[in-house]
Design a protein around this ligand. Sequence first.
Ligand SMILES: *Cc1c(COP(=O)(O)O)cnc(C)c1O
Length: 381
Amino acid sequence: MLPDHQLLRIPGPSPIPPSVQRAMSQQMIGHRGQETKDLLQRIKPKLMPIFGTEQEVMIIAGSGTAGLETAVVNAVNPDDEVLVIVTGSFGERFAKLCSEYRIQTHRLDIEWGKSVSPESVERYLRQHPSIKAVFSTYCETSTGVLNPIEELAQVVHHNSNALFIVDGVSCVGGVESKMDEWGVDILITGSQKAMMLPAGLTFVAASNRAWKVIAANKRPRFYLDLKKYQITLAKDSTPFTPALSLLFGLEQVLKLMEEEGLEQVYARHQLMKNMTRAAFQAHGIPLLTSDTSASPTVTAIKPADFPAEELRRIIKKEFGLSIAGGQQHLEGEIFRIGHMGYCSPADVLQIIGIIEIGLQKIGKAIDLGKGIRAAQKVYIG
Ligand SMILES: *Cc1c(COP(=O)(O)O)cnc(C)c1O
């Protein structure tokens, strides 16, 4: 194998564009000087359309989970009841986070691989009128499901006064988000998935309703206190030392997204999803999710007659191609391909070609090239 040649196709961290890598290697600047203010001033307006909001997007140094914790400690009062929709391991994380804070946490558990139906949330809220916040993942990375956020926001607001809080870590930047129009109260993402950066930044935007709850919330918090970020960001600054190298990279990421056009970014992710799914469908290899609930950023495959782990091992060994396995009870049962951020249809053709060789090598008799052909047809249209 060619040394130092890696094909990283797990659902985050994802590859980093060379121009972003170069931007991040700039020399350090003073974090309280004019250059940093100018940098934040340039970044701020370009984050808003990615969230689909007129609100400022807070930038916090920390991994995606810091963003989830930020939402919990700022928006949930000490004796509030909350509902967490659990469609996989990241919904689970939200539930655990809430329980750790001794919040009375209701769980709506959905079979892994399925998206949540808005009707089930509606029923739950009608039976539990005291719920103050509803948490959902947008893309559930562990299963490749994209939950119907627009419809969920509607049922939350029609059936309760709860805030609707969404973990968009593995799709915001690759999938359209219309936070204001849909009525999402808090939307969170991270830097290392569709945002094409290393891990280390989390982004949090809040609606006017959410900001009111946050301002009145008596829960103690310090580093993750959103009000501090709001006050300082209004002055083009941050409450603590910003992760400047990541901000240099972020500016370049936003420039790349603007150049491509957000509509095109989202269309590219849809296309990659469709190509990937068509390839496995052509081979008769089952997918974990249905066409309608599948995420444009990650595809989960659930093989019936070959071991997922053996496939992962051989393509890593021979081609340096990393794809992800399953989490928790899906470990060994599924494999997951990340096609988000710095990934194009050309990469999808490469992934499929390599996987076909891997399948042949682990002894599954397949028609070589059949998946590639199916993906090519999707591309050509
Ligand atoms: C990756 C991810 C996170 C954040 O994980 P970190 O390891 O803390 O960055 C949160 N939610 C989802 C849906 C994710 O995919």
